[in-house]
Ligand binder design. Structure first.
Ligand code: ADE
Ligand code: ZN
Length: 350
């Protein structure tokens, strides 16, 4: 039976709150598996596959992670992903992520992957999906973590390309739960993918979309109204449109917010200026996630720790954010209830 948060919640401050942020069970709903590829693994896979990298060393590659905007990041991110060739490579990348996620007490992860980044290089769809899906099974067995896959369409490519990708993935339909939309947002509005998202809806796939990261609030509105997105990835620019804020609070479509990403890509000027607290205060169902943790300086635990250190957020916010992560997930209701019980236990023990 769920008990809810402890009555003395507000007494949890300082080191107790920091320890609780680390220890509380978490859901991760916005992580690009290609964005978990650490420089060391990029070099190991490049070596294994005979791929020449334009950087002489791990340190030189990491030094190039000085992004000015989303596109400057995407250029390096797609170059890094070019070392992935075999099913074993995709499996190794995902297993490395799961080890990090478990250390941050992630119990459930809904993981984005970008098949077009790989199929355009001649890697078969089945190689990508089998490697990632097998890692998910191994992670459940080894770490007890629950994982599922969300196939993302690259929005800088055409809708025809997205349709071809969907077609290629359908024989593997049982290995992913839904579709998303990512890559360069500016100039690639949700409407461009209206038909393919409608088809995905007919097929019973869950639908999410990046919107309102670099793109305007109108893209969030279109992701909701045209794509029928069940979650908005990022969405932080909703705050520029008060009517949209009101609507998001009313309909409770979750936002998967990624604070460290937002700082590294210049979406917000600094972590102490991040609008996470404002989103919660407005009644929006916000969650905390890592986006591309190998590139942005931290996994989900670091996102929680650094954001709470930088902003006037307290234990009620920690509880709301972690709770939102579970309620916003695509897991079965009974499974969600178990995680919410575990969350309450973590708060009761703090
Ligand atoms: N692909 C990987 N990370 C992304 C982000 N933050 N925004 C859009 N596309 C992405
Ligand atoms: Zn993202």
């Amino acid at each position: 039976m769920r008990s809810g948060p402890p009555a003395n919640l507000d007494a949890i401050t300082g080191e107790r709150l920091r320890a609780l942020l680390r220890a509380m069970p978490k859901a991760e709903l916005h992580v690009h598996i290609e964005g978990t590829l650490e420089p060391e693994l990029i070099f190991a896979l490049a070596d294994r596959n005979g791929v020449a990298l334009p950087y002489p060393s791990v340190d030189a590659l990491r030094a190039a992670y000085a992004f000015t905007d989303l596109q400057s990041f995407l250029d390096i991110y797609y170059a890094g992903a070019s070392v992935l060739r075999t099913e074993e490579d995709f499996h190794a990348m995902a297993m490395a992520y799961f080890a990090r996620a478990v250390a941050d007490h992630v119990v459930h992860a809904e993981i984005f992957f970008d098949p077009q980044t790989h199929t355009s290089r001649g890697v078969p769809m089945a190689t990508v999906v089998h490697g990632l899906a097998r890692a998910g099974q191994d992670a459940r067995r080894i770490h007890g973590i629950d994982a599922s896959l969300i196939l993302c369409f690259l929005r800088h490519l055409s809708e025809d390309d997205a349709f071809a990708t969907l077609e290629a993935a359908l024989p593997l339909r049982d290995q992913f739960i839904g579709v998303g939309l990512d890559s360069g947002e500016r100039g690639n509005p949700p409407e461009k993918f209206a038909r393919v998202f409608a088809r995905c809806g007919e097929l019973g796939l869950r639908r999410v979309a990046h919107a309102g990261e670099e793109g305007p609030p109108a893209y969030i509105r279109a992701a909701l109204d045209v794509l029928h997105a069940e979650r908005i990835d990022h969405g932080v620019r909703c705050l520029e449109d008060p009517a949209l804020v009101t609507d998001l609070a009313r309909i409770q479509v979750p936002l998967t917010v990624c604070p460290l990403s937002n700082v590294r890509l210049g979406v917000v000027p600094a972590l102490h200026r991040h609008p996470l607290g404002a989103l919660l205060a407005a009644g929006i169902r916000a969650t905390v996630n890592s986006d591309d943790p190998a590139y942005f300086g931290g996994y989900i635990g670091a996102n929680y720790a650094e954001t709470f250190a930088a902003l006037p957020l307290g234990p009620r916010d920690a509880y709301a954010l972690a709770r939102n992560g579970f309620t916003a997930s695509f897991a079965e209701p009974g499974v969600k209830r178990r995680w919410l019980d575990a969350l309450d236990e973590a708060f009761a023990a703090a």
